[in-house]
Design a protein. Structure first.
Length: 301
């Protein structure tokens, strides 16, 4: 009987190479089968195929997701899309030129009051009406960036007013989701801080706040919280018992409102420390941001 050792050397070498090649092919085929079974060769039954890279980048947490580092969306955010916000800059810079007109009495439901007043001012003459108009314009820009429709009761484009009953009516006709009347107080020196005025329950004559008392309180609480956090201002030390909240039944802008509405007194213009904030443009921008965040918290709750 013969065996391989009797073959010529060249034929023995060729046979060895064929054996090695066959082993390599078998090993490679086995590896491919294992890889395919693990899912590397495409989706298995019932599993989604790997997403397109461009698509996965826009998914949750992707670089194009809202707030993601690689976000390419530089347009208005849609958080308040479809929402209507009415901003009411208290008083009017031209009211002082129309004393007779603003002294006219109007019905606020449970009483009659002046159409409007001139408002207060700092000891250096910075008018409340100028302050409120500046902050409201800043807040309008921020709210519009969130997608809200913003309506102003006046934008420095009226000779005086509007009267307090018309200010409420503008919010009502706009079917506002939230309305804010902006002010600054004129109390004595040493009285500091902000406060939010909430509507009391009034059902008298054209006034009926029963439906808005609850949501207005929610708006006021969120506004107070965000205003405090963003501006660093403390709640009033002379109104509201440290809560930053007050309730009144003698304001026509609240009594006649049929939509959630509050007043915000941003500080005391007659106190030097508060006045230093109110006259500072950087602080007014913070105030506008605090207002925007408070309204946003309320409308997206």
């Amino acid at each position: 009987m013969s065996n391989g050792s009797s073959l010529p050397p060249r034929r023995r070498l060729r046979g060895t190479l064929l054996v090695v090649l066959a082993a390599v092919v078998v090993a490679g085929l086995g590896g491919w089968l294992a890889w395919h079974a693990s899912g590397g060769g495409g989706p298995r039954t019932g599993q989604p195929a790997p997403s397109d890279p461009a698509e996965s980048a826009t998914g949750p947490g992707g670089s194009h997701a809202p707030g993601g580092k690689g976000s390419k969306d530089h347009g208005p955010r849609a958080g308040l899309k479809g929402k209507v916000v009415v901003l009411d800059p208290g008083h009017n810079p031209h009211n002082r030129e129309h004393g007779r007109e603003i002294a006219r009495q109007v019905d606020i439901g449970n009483a009659r009051k002046e159409c409007d007043t001139t408002g207060t001012a700092t000891n250096d003459g910075y008018a409340e009406a100028s302050f409120t108009l500046d902050v409201v314009r800043r807040a309008r820009t921020l709210l519009q960036e969130q997608g809200a429709k913003v309506v102003l009761t006046q934008d420095g484009d009226r000779p005086y007013g509007p009267c307090v009953d018309e200010r409420a009516e503008i919010g009502n006709k706009a079917h506002a989701d939230a309305a804010l009347s902006l002010h600054a107080d004129g109390s004595g020196a040493g009285n500091r801080g902000f406060h939010v005025i909430l509507p009391a329950r009034v059902t008298d004559g054209p006034a009926d706040t029963a439906a808005i008392v609850g949501p207005s309180r929610q708006l006021g609480e969120r506004l107070a919280g965000r205003f405090r956090a963003v501006t660093g201002s403390a709640a009033s030390n002379y109104i509201g018992g440290g809560t930053g909240l007050d309730k009144r039944s003698d304001l026509g802008g609240l009594n006649l409102s049929t939509v959630p509405k509050v007043f915000l007194e941003c500080g005391n213009m007659r106190d030097p420390k508060d006045a230093a904030q109110l006259t500072d443009a950087d602080w007014r921008q913070k105030a506008a941001r605090g207002i925007t965040e408070g309204i946003t918290d309320f409308l997206t709750r």
